[in-house]
Ligand binder design. Structure first.
Ligand code: SF4
Length: 394
């Protein structure tokens, strides 16, 4: 069973640059082409500023001794050179010890991760997990969404990663306008021909303020086909059709013991230090978030530490887990345990999930029927919680 470990820390580093901006992207990222500085200069400025931010944020995390996950994300973190990553490691190691099983992920794109020399250097310096934003092998959809690609990189990248790394995964997107079920199935079947350990499979969404939203309004692009997305979502486990790759979160699948430990910490309400523009952090009590703006971040770090009410957050995060949820975790986080327990009992009664009992622990686990309508169930839970909060106030 997965454990919740709130006394160990995770660190997330956000590198906010990409070759070009994908139309659907809601992450904070900028096209590196629009900058006068070259990549090396930008990287240097980034590492210097990350160092300053780390030294400032450390005051809120000094009660931690051990780091058990590090995640380089973005943007496109594979722009970072091994030398810069080592510099960042050395800084962290002055203040924290890395656990023996510390999971260190670099997330990147085919334009860098096809390169074997780069991959070997990453392995040499201690990166032990790679995640590649593959999205689709159907290049017309990458083009439609302004996603940078080079066919040679796409052909090589999975072969090359799998020849060097054991622990690696792929991100896919489904629901591009005009995409068919069979086209998505081909994408999924193709990546499954490689010995990957992890799969993140996301449905394309129209985020407010993105170019995709604008292009839909201008009738240039169509919205995703929601009916097809639902059909795909329900059928993903049967397409995977591999007992050793299991769904452990709504959009995430892995082989046993290869769940992304860093991402689990968000769903398990564990602490993490976030560094870089738009990154946020949580030290177990206080949360903060950074400016979603490179220039502002270079000038200033947002110091908006605020205490958080975990009740709704636990529902938004932990409920997404498809693995057994230990009810003890909820007891450790919120006093509103009874409300959660009643909800799980109702879900059990309606056959959306079930209780499991093991070694003095009670767990709740969703059935696929519950996962398929999870958003509605969470809204229903919030309604009950709001009711309770109003009654408590009176
Ligand atoms: S590569 Fe990733 S982070 Fe960059 S613009 Fe595209 S989706 Fe966003």
């Amino acid at each position: 069973m997965i454990q919740r470990i709130p006394n160990l820390l995770g660190i997330y580093i956000h590198f906010p640059f990409c070759v070009q901006k994908c139309h659907y992207c809601d992450f904070y990222s900028l096209s590196i082409k629009e900058f006068q500085e070259d990549t090396k200069q930008i990287e240097k400025i980034f590492v210097e500023r990350i160092t300053e931010e780390f030294l400032l944020r450390y005051a809120y995390f000094k009660h931690f001794e051990v780091v058990n996950t590090i995640y380089f994300g973005g943007g496109t973190a594979s722009f970072l050179s091994p030398e810069s990553i080592v510099q960042i490691f050395n800084l962290f190691k002055e203040f924290f010890r890395f656990s023996d099983d510390c999971e260190i992920t670099l997330e990147g794109n085919p334009e860098h991760l096809y390169n074997k020399t780069y991959l070997e250097s990453l392995k040499e310096i201690g990166i032990n997990r790679i995640n590649v934003g593959y999205q689709t092998k159907n290049y017309q959809y990458l083009e439609q969404m302004n996603r940078y690609y080079n066919i040679f990189h796409y052909e090589e990248v999975l072969h090359n990663i799998s020849s060097i790394f054991d622990n690696w995964g792929v991100d896919l997107i489904y629901g591009f306008p005009n995409q068919t079920f069979d086209e998505f199935k081909k994408d999924l079947e193709y990546v499954l021909t490689f010995p990957l350990k992890h799969l993140s499979i996301y449905s394309l969404t129209v985020e407010w303020g993105t170019m995709y939203e604008k292009l839909i309004k201008q009738n240039v692009l169509k919205e995703p086909n929601h009916m097809l997305q639902e059909e795909i979502f329900i059928n993903i486990p049967s397409i995977i059709n591999n007992a050793s790759i299991q769904q452990y979160e709504v959009s995430n699948f892995s082989k046993k013991h290869y769940e992304c430990r860093h991402n689990l910490r968000y769903w398990l309400y564990e602490p993490y230090m976030g560094l870089g523009p738009s990154a946020h952090g949580f030290n177990g009590k206080y949360r903060y978030n950074n400016y979603r703006n490179w220039y502002k971040w270079l000038k200033n770090f947002q110091q908006n530490y605020s205490e958080h009410d975990p009740r709704k957050e636990v529902a938004i995060t932990m409920f997404r887990l498809c693995i057994p949820i230990n009810l003890q975790w909820i007891k450790e986080i919120t006093e509103e345990y009874d409300l959660f327990f009643d909800f799980f009992e109702e879900m059990n009664h309606k056959k959306y999930g079930r209780f499991l009992y093991e070694e003095n622990n009670t767990y709740f686990q969703w059935y696929p029927d519950g996962i398929n309508i999870l958003d509605n169930l969470i809204i229903n839970f919030f309604y009950k919680m709001d009711h309770l909060i109003i009654n408590q106030k009176h």
